[in-house]
Design a protein around this ligand. Structure first.
Ligand code: NDP
Length: 249
C-alpha cells in the first residue's frame, strides 16, 4: 500500500471509524472527518497511532461546501496527496411517516447524504483524475439496503437519499472510468451502530434482525472489510458496483 492516503468522512464512530482503523492496518495514511464528535475522532486517531499508523482528524460538516473545500485542503496539508475517498457521513432523523415530514427535514437529509457526497467526490476527482494531472484513485459511497426497501414508516426520506447515492455511483463511475478512478457503493443492511438511536430506536437491529436471512445484525467491521476490498487493487476491474452487505436481506 505504501504511502496511500484515504479520507473517510464521518469517521468518529460506527462504520466510518471501523473503516479508518482497518485501512490503517493495511498501510493507508488515514484522514477522518467529524462534524461534532471531536473527542471520539481524536480517540480513533490515537488508536491508529498507537498501532504505528498515521492518521489525523479534521472538522467538517459535509453539508457545508466551504467546510468540504477546507477539508480537502487540510488533507493535502497533512499528507500531500489523496488516493481514496469513502463518502461515509450520513444521517437519518426520527422515525416518521411521509405525511409528517417537513421540507426542512428533507433538506437536512439530502444536504448531508446527497449534496455532501457529491461535493466531496468533486474535490476528490479534482485531485485524483488523470484529466486534472492526478494519479487516479477510488471512491466508495455508503448507500443502504433502504435504497431497495424504501424504509416505510421509518424514514422514506433517508431511503430516497440513498437511492440517489446509488444513481450517483452508477453515473459517476462511468463518467470517470477512463480517468483512473473507480467508484462503487456498499449497501449495508442493519449494522450495530449509533445511527439507529438517532432515529429514535436504539434497539432497532435487535427488533429487525430475525427478518435477516442470516438471522443477525452486521458489525461495522464487516462493512469496513467490503469497503476496503472495493478500494483495493483486488477490485481493479470493479466500478459502478452496488455491493449489498446485508446478511442476505
Ligand atoms: P453513525 O451515526 O454511527 O455515524 C455517523 C458519522 O457521520 C459520525 O461520525 C458523524 O460525525 C458523521 N456525520 C454525520 N453528519 C455529518 C455531517 N453533516 N458532516 C460530517 N460528518 C457527519 O452512522 P453509521 O456508522 O451507522 O453510518 C455510516 C454510513 O453508513 C451512513 O452513510 C449511513 O447512512 C450508512 N448506513 C448505515 C447502516 C446501519 O445500519 N448502521 C445501514 C445502511 C447504511 P459526528 O458524530 O461528529 O456528528
Amino acid at each position: 500500500m505504501g504511502d496511500k492516503v484515504l479520507l473517510v468522512t464521518g469517521g468518529s464512530r460506527g462504520i466510518g471509524a471501523a473503516t479508518a482503523l482497518l485501512a490503517a492496518t493495511q498501510g493507508y495514511r488515514v484522514c477522518i472527518s467529524y462534524r461534532e464528535a471531536r473527542a471520539a475522532a481524536d480517540a480513533v486517531v490515537a488508536q491508529i497511532k498507537q498501532a504505528g499508523g498515521q492518521a489525523t482528524a479534521l472538522p467538517c460538516d459535509v453539508a457545508n461546501e466551504a467546510d468540504v473545500v477546507a477539508l480537502f485542503e487540510g488533507v493535502e496539508r497533512a499528507f500531500g496527496r489523496l488516493d481514496a475517498l469513502v463518502n461515509n457521513a450520513g444521517v437519518l432523523e426520527l422515525q416518521a411517516r411521509v405525511e409528517q415530514m417537513t421540507a426542512a427535514r428533507l433538506q437536512r437529509i439530502f444536504a448531508t447524504n446527497v449534496t455532501g457526497s457529491f461535493i466531496c467526490a468533486r474535490e476528490a476527482i479534482r485531485r485524483m483524475s488523470t484529466r486534472h494531472g492526478g494519479q487516479g484513485g477510488a471512491i466508495v459511497n455508503l448507500s443502504s439496503v433502504a435504497a431497495r426497501l424504501g424504509a416505510p414508516g421509518e424514514y422514506v426520506d433517508y431511503a430516497a437519499s440513498k437511492a440517489a447515492i446509488d444513481t450517483f455511483t452508477l453515473g459517476l463511475a462511468r463518467e470517470v472510468a477512463a480517468e483512473g478512478i473507480r467508484v462503487n457503493a456498499v449497501r449495508p443492511g442493519v449494522i450495530y451502530t449509533e445511527i439507529h438511536a438517532t432515529g429514535g430506536e436504539p434497539g432497532r437491529v435487535e427488533r429487525v434482525k430475525d427478518s435477516v436471512p442470516m438471522q443477525r445484525g452486521g458489525q461495522p467491521e464487516e462493512v469496513a472489510q467490503s469497503i476496503l476490498w472495493l478500494l483495493s487493487p483486488q477490485a481493479s476491474y470493479v466500478t459502478g458496483a452496488l455491493l449489498d452487505v446485508t446478511g442476505g436481506r
